[in-house]
Design a protein around this ligand. Sequence first.
Ligand code: SME
Length: 155
Amino acid sequence: MPDYKLISAQLKGFLEADPYYVPALSNASALLWESLSDISWAGFYIVRGGQLVLGPFQGKTACIHIAKGKGVCGTAWEKDEAMLVPDVEQFPGHIACDSASRSEIVIPIHKDGEVVAVLDIDSPVLDRFSEEDKKGLIAYVEMLESSLEWAQNLY
Ligand code: SME
């Protein structure tokens, strides 16, 4: 199990250096990429123009746009709910950017009570993410929410 307290402390350092969403989310995805085992993608989708658009990430090239309610990311946005998917083949409407993906976790990110982005992590391993991962990643996202500086007119 990764030390989520340590990872969130490292993230705090990046946010203090510059809270602007481009460097902060770029390093936030790289930090997860370096810290979590058995993952194939870690990054962000950002709400823009009524849909999710690909943000900073680590991993293979990915789908650029995701509609509200579509896939795991769009569902997490629509329901405003963290989604832990142990087997993506059992999730109706899962969007397979990478056919090697077997399990996935998505955490909504808020500003002023609205979902403005999601954190998405994929794994090539079935049932990779535990409730402990979910708690740790929600704390990670809360750290982002507390100080991220978004672009003007982004959404
Ligand atoms: N699998 C996601 C799409 C994004 S990629 O995993 C990077 C989904 O179903 O929303």
